[in-house]
Design a protein around this ligand. Structure first.
Ligand SMILES: Nc1nc2c(ncn2[C@@H]2O[C@H](COP(=O)(O)OP(=O)(O)OP(=O)(O)O)[C@@H](O)[C@H]2O)c(=O)[nH]1
Ligand SMILES: [Mg+2]
Length: 226
């Protein structure tokens, strides 16, 4: 008997269990009327900066909160908390992605009825997070101008499992000779028709357009239920 089929079986069961919890989370989000958005990308592509800007701009107008996953440290939670929104860090130890059970545990003492948006920043990784549904309504994949236009082609699964792409750090585009046309072409080659935003958390360029889109998606998702 070879070892490989058993490993495959264990992995299948873990994913199946994750899907069951993710489904329960999705139902909970719907019932509470909270719109859940997750962010995935490689380490350092700007998830926390983008999320801090998002929370800061949304906080005065609606009820927002965030969970953030990292293997270690509370650094990102501390940065996000500057927005004044409720924030919780999830430390995954050696695990390279968030799982639905981790999100469920982190939400234990939060009343979701009091939220309009829940944001979930995943661990920086272009591979592991793609297999794990977190019950979110919308998944954003970030691609910074500094990491190379070919990333969607090299890591198609993460782009395929996301709903929307965000090109970040647009203020640095010229300095790194970012080829926007190639990046868009590569994203669309992997995920035809994907919505793409380009923005900078530093200058705020492109943020308004993206926030208007987010609000449209929230209203559409929540009124579609009524
Ligand atoms: N110039 C510029 N720098 C940015 C922008 N967004 C993020 N950065 C910088 O990029 C670095 C990484 O940003 P983070 O927000 O920590 O990236 P991250 O994806 O959350 O990183 P991990 O959580 O470690 O995966 C930091 O030094 C940020 O200041 C941007 O829009 N423009
Ligand atoms: Mg971060």
């Amino acid at each position: 008997m070879s070892v490989e089929p058993r490993l495959v079986e264990v992995r299948k069961n873990v994913l199946k269990q994750n899907d069951v919890i993710a489904r329960a989370l999705r139902d909970r989000f719907r019932e509470a009327g909270v719109f859940a958005v997750s962010l995935v990308s490689s380490p350092g592509s700007g998830k926390t900066a983008f999320l801090e800007k998002t929370l800061t701009l949304l906080y005065p107008h609606c009820r927002v909160a965030a969970l953030v996953g990292d293997l270690a440290t509370e650094n990102d939670a501390a940065r996000l908390a500057r927005s004044r929104a409720p924030v919780k860090q999830i430390q995954t130890g050696t695990v390279c992605h968030l799982e639905a059970a981790m999100v469920q545990n982190a939400l234990d003492d939060w009343d979701l009825n009091e939220l309009d948006f829940l944001f979930i920043e995943n661990v920086g990784n272009l591979v592991c997070p793609s297999s794990y549904d977190l019950g979110e309504d919308l998944r954003f994949v970030l691609l910074s101008v500094t990491e190379g236009e070919d990333k969607p082609l090299k890591y198609p699964t993460i782009f395929n499992s996301a709903d929307v792409a965000v090109i970040t750090k647009s203020d640095l585009a010229a300095a790194v000779e970012f080829d926007e046309e190639a990046a868009r072409r590569n994203i669309l080659a992997v995920r035809p028709g994907m919505e793409i935003f380009k923005l900078s958390a530093k200058t705020g360029e492109g943020m308004t357009e993206y926030l208007e889109y987010l609000e449209r998606r929230r209203v559409h998702a929540r009124t579609a239920l009524v």
